[in-house]
Design a protein around this ligand. Structure first.
Ligand code: ACO
Length: 324
């Protein structure tokens, strides 16, 4: 028998304010047609003034805890993936811990930008596997709107705000790919690509928050190949093949990246959970947001094989295979 991490519940939260492509085109030299054709994005949510990453994360976490049927004090750990913390320190996870009323365990942030949720899931799964935790809350939450240069049409149209969360609980499995829970996660990074996607500020360099800068075309090229590589790696590690996948729940950066990834896997487009049209790219939040949607509407069923994958600044990238 082996210890596994079962997804006991998931939840999501989106800010109320919807900003459409037409809204952006009023102040920016862009158009709904350009944005839709190049990215598949139609609208995004933007956090209200004063609404922080911790607020979004707490709302998503409360829904995930409710779905899992456990209280905050049952948790041993909170792992919060974000590139947009409320403050430079302390970790935003500790704000969420306090807001949830959790008075025990540990809470910390993980920073891997768009791959943050996969990194967080991998870390939480390992804590559970070695027996150091029984119940872990993994959150992806971002207020990317605060990092954007709203005069730069090449970046500001691509991102949105939101949060998603899952509760992992320990369970016994046989140790094969038929087990429920996280089968495996695979994470990578390559710091040589810093200049293709980064924020031009930070406490230790400029003492400012800075703005997101990106060479979109180059990022796109790397994303498609790295996604395919890590998906192949995760299937091979479990003796599975692409035809075993029930649902691909990818990081939602660009509809064309999702289509290219599905095509490389030979996966039918209806097997890919897509939210990029309504959420845009919410970085670390995009996978748990998509997951929560597909669970809530009944697409994802117990026993289904789910593949999650992401790539982001760093570069960082990774994939997780989960039997629901
Ligand atoms: N509206 C209108 N025109 C625009 C806009 C806009 N919002 N943005 C750029 N353009 C113009 C450019 O100025 C350029 O004009 P030019 O030819 O006169 O110079 C033209 O459109 C083409 O620009 P490209 O950057 O070459 O367009 P491309 O087809 O590569 O699409 C995009 C750009 C959508 C950013 C694409 O490269 C992409 O999605 N890349 C992936 C980036 C990404 O998703 N990053 C997120 C983080 S990493 C991740 O999550 C995978």
């Amino acid at each position: 028998m082996v210890r596994r991490s079962i997804v006991a519940g998931c939840g999501a939260y989106l800010p109320d304010r919807i900003v459409t492509n037409q809204d952006l085109a009023r102040d920016l030299d862009t158009s709904d047609e350009w944005i839709t054709q190049r990215t598949g994005i139609r609208e995004r949510r933007i956090a209200a003034e004063g609404q922080t990453t911790a607020d979004l994360a707490t709302a998503a976490a409360q829904r995930a805890l409710e779905a899992a049927g456990i209280g905050a004090d049952d948790l041993d750990m909170i792992v919060l993936a974000t590139a947009t913390p409320d403050e430079t320190f302390p970790a935003t996870a500790t704000r969420v811990q306090a807001a949830l009323g959790m008075t025990r365990g540990a809470a910390f942030d993980v920073h891997a930008v768009c791959s943050g949720f996969i990194y967080g899931l991998n870390i939480a799964d390992n804590f559970i596997r070695v027996g150091q935790a029984e119940k872990v809350l993994v959150i992806g939450a971002e207020t990317f709107s605060r990092l954007l240069d709203w005069t730069d049409r090449t970046t500001c149209v691509l991102f949105g705000d939101g949060a998603g969360a899952v509760v992992l609980t320990a369970a016994e499995g046989k140790g094969d790919s038929g087990d429920r829970g996280v089968l495996s996660s695979h994470i990578h990074s390559d710091g040589r690509h810093h200049d293709l996607l980064y924020v031009d500020g930070g406490p230790s360099s400029t003492r400012t928050v800075g703005h997101l800068r990106m060479s979109g075309r180059e990022v796109f090229r790397h994303a498609v190949t790295k996604m395919a590589d890590v998906l192949g790696e995760s299937l091979a590690a479990n003796g599975l093949c692409a035809s075993d996948i029930d649902w691909l729940v990818p990081h939602q950066a660009n509809r064309r990246i999702l289509d290219a990834t599905a095509q490389k896997l030979g996966l039918a487009p209806e097997r890919v959970v897509v939210t990029v049209d309504r959420h845009a790219n919410t970085s670390a939040a995009s996978i748990p947001l998509a997951l929560a949607e597909a669970v809530a509407d009944g697409r994802i069923q117990r026993g289904d094989l789910i593949v999650m994958e992401a790539m982001g600044g760093g570069f960082t990238w990774g994939a997780s295979l989960v039997r629901w």
